[in-house]
Design a protein around this ligand. Structure first.
Ligand code: ADP
Ligand code: MG
Length: 563
């Protein structure tokens, strides 16, 4: 096929504008993004080559090359990774990844700093090339495909791109950036090297640049030949903790998670025991847009002896920790491990449960020592963590301690009360943890069921997240104190009553005997029972359900789900 011109997906142009606008102040990150992609491409090749060694085409030395040409004003990034076919180029480079486009644009706030973190999530790192380039030429050949089956993609980032069949001897991808006017700072060896050291030192492959001429002891220029690696070129997680700076941990996070933001916290450990593995796991600062979607894009990456095996190995993290990013590198799993094998593997169970404990440890540490960070975490991921109380029986207690709720203690919408806080404030004689569930916070806060509790000064947890119904059905006690809905069954608050109140209530039961009988016969089988209550102080009546019946809120939820 000869050269053809294709249009970008309509939104791409808008995206490019946004990208340039919000990232310009930190424009050098284009290099980080392109190197990150090159590294991923090499990981993919190494993985496919486990079963198809000929994909290496006799060259198993994977690397990334960076060069520049002062006269042509170009910077070139080349890799000998997996490469792309024509169809893959169209699918990956001409579009915004997958279905996310609409959400992407609906989430934009116009605030550059806030918007920039969205860019990585939507798999559009490649476009950062247009921050500094007014033309990008990408030439690629997929490993194992004939040399004359390569393809060249070129675009000025203005709405369309061209595609052309070309010949490329080496496999992999080469990207030439034609720099914009005024971006000549990147035509500088020292500048490029320092960007690599700053952002891409953690990349496990060598990033090669031409050796620079030096001076001999007499001060004469000594010409240099060949190339040298600019980065350390070993996998970050295999290094000693003491040799890794926070900045390196953070940059590695951006690479594995495709996030443009810093992580909130991380855990890094080498485990030697029944299973030998290394984990480097991160808690992000912000929830990705697809946290509740089935085909989420990123997760924990699995490596076996430093060879990338798979992305989003969902078997390595339980659902309720699906926001965790990072790598697990096993020394024992076979290289040809498949998703099916992972599914049934005892070894994987061991690794998973070890990693879950590490993540819970990180969260406990945040909760205890960095309350502001824990607040950020809870706001973003609290609803997901709540799923854990039902999902992870073995760690239920630890999860319960990490939960935070809104409560009548300060009546704020903010979920900042732990069960331990609640228990610490129990009234004398109180042996239950009271809560109410409702569709909305206001619904919970203004429920007539709370009247008596407010009057007696007994704290009630105000639960209005969708997941709270499931949470309270699986978490039925905390430190020996049962969780009790204030909207269920007969409330026994006698411990908080004085003699006068008791007598008053007895009198009320007598007094309203006839009214109750009348109500019962009028309502017939629409209700199970009609009782005189002292749980209300202002409202005349309220509906309650029996202790073991579904709560009114759960019933509503099930109805709206069509059950
Ligand atoms: P992300 O890396 O988050 O997927 P990018 O915009 O950076 O998003 O890249 C989009 C896609 O383009 C990648 O997922 C990959 O499929 C493809 N791609 C980009 N660079 C390369 C490369 N050097 N080699 C092979 N494929 C690449
Ligand atoms: Mg990328």
């Amino acid at each position: 096929m000869s050269k053809e011109t294709l249009g970008f997906q309509a939104e791409v142009k808008q995206l490019l504008q946004l990208m340039i606008h919000s990232l310009y102040s930190n424009k050098e990150i284009f290099l980080r993004e392109l190197i990150s992609n090159a590294s991923d491409a090499c990981d993919k090749l190494r993985f496919e080559a486990i079963n198809h060694g000929d994909l290496y085409e006799g060259d198993g030395d994977l690397n990334i090359r960076l060069s520049f040409d002062k006269d042509a004003r170009t910077v070139t990034i080349a890799d000998n990774g997996i490469g792309m076919t024509r169809d893959e180029v169209i699918a990956n480079i001409g579009t915004i990844a997958r279905s996310g486009t609409k959400e992407f644009f609906s989430k934009l706030s116009g605030d550059a700093a806030k918007d920039s973190h969205l860019i990585g999530q939507f798999g559009v790192g490649f476009y950062s090339a247009f921050i500094v380039a007014d033309k990008v030429t990408l030439t690629t050949r997929r490993a194992g495909v004939a040399a004359d089956q390569a393809v060249r993609w070129e675009s000025g980032g203005e709405g369309d791109f061209t595609l052309e069949d070309v010949t490329k001897a080496g496999r992999g991808t080469e990207i030439v950036l034609h720099l914009k006017e005024g971006e000549d700072e990147f035509l500088d060896d020292w500048r490029l090297r320092s960007i690599i050291r700053k952002y891409s030192d953690h990349i496990s492959l060598p990033i090669l640049m031409a050796k620079q001429p030096g001076y001999d002891k007499d001060g004469n220029i000594e010409p240099a030949e060949g190339e040298e690696a600019v980065n350390q070129a070993n996998a970050l997680w295999t290094r000693n903790k003491s040799e890794i700076t926070d900045e390196q941990y953070q940059e590695f996070y951006k690479h594995v998670s495709h996030d443009f933001d810093e992580p909130l916290a991380w855990s890094h450990a080498r485990i030697e025991g029944r299973q030998e593995y290394t984990e480097l796991l991160y808690i992000p600062k912000r929830a990705p847009f697809d946290l509740y979607e089935r085909d989420r894009r990123h997760g924990v990456k699995l490596y076996v002896k430093r060879v990338f095996i798979m992305e989003d190995a969902e078997k390595l993290m339980p659902q309720y920790l699906r926001f965790v990013r990072g790598v697990i590198d096993s020394a024992d799993l076979p290289l040809n491990v498949s998703r099916e094998i992972l599914q049934a593997s005892r070894e994987v169970e061991t690794i998973k449960s070890g990693c879950v404990k590490k993540v819970l440890g990180v969260l406990e540490d945040l909760a205890e020592n960095k309350p502001e960070d824990y607040k950020t975490f809870w706001t973003e991921f609290g609803k997901v963590l709540k799923e854990g109380a039902g999902e992870d029986f073995a760690n239920k207690e630890r999860i319960a301690k990490l939960l935070r709720f809104a409560s009548t203690h300060d009546d704020s919408t903010e979920q900042n009360v732990s069960l331990a806080d609640y228990v610490g404030r129990l009234k004398a004689g109180q042996d239950k943890i009271y809560y109410i569930t409702a569709d909305t916070f206001a619904g919970a806060q203004h429920s007539p069921h709370l009247e008596i509790f407010r009057k007696k000064g007994i704290e009630v947890l105000l639960l209005s997240d969708r997941v709270d119904e499931w949470l309270t059905s699986s978490l039925t006690e905390f430190e020996g104190k049962p969780l009790q809905s204030v909207a269920k069954g007969e409330l026994d608050l006698t411990a908080f009553e004085d003699e006068a109140e008791k007598q008053q209530q007895q009198a009320a039961v007598e007094e309203f005997k006839d009214v109750i009988e009348q109500l019962k016969s009028t309502l017939g089988d629409k209700v199970k029972d009609v009782r005189v209550t002292h749980r209300l102080t202002d409202s005349p009546a309220c509906l309650v359900v029996e202790n073991f019946d579904m709560s009114a809120n759960l019933e509503r939820l099930l109805k709206s789900a069509g059950q």
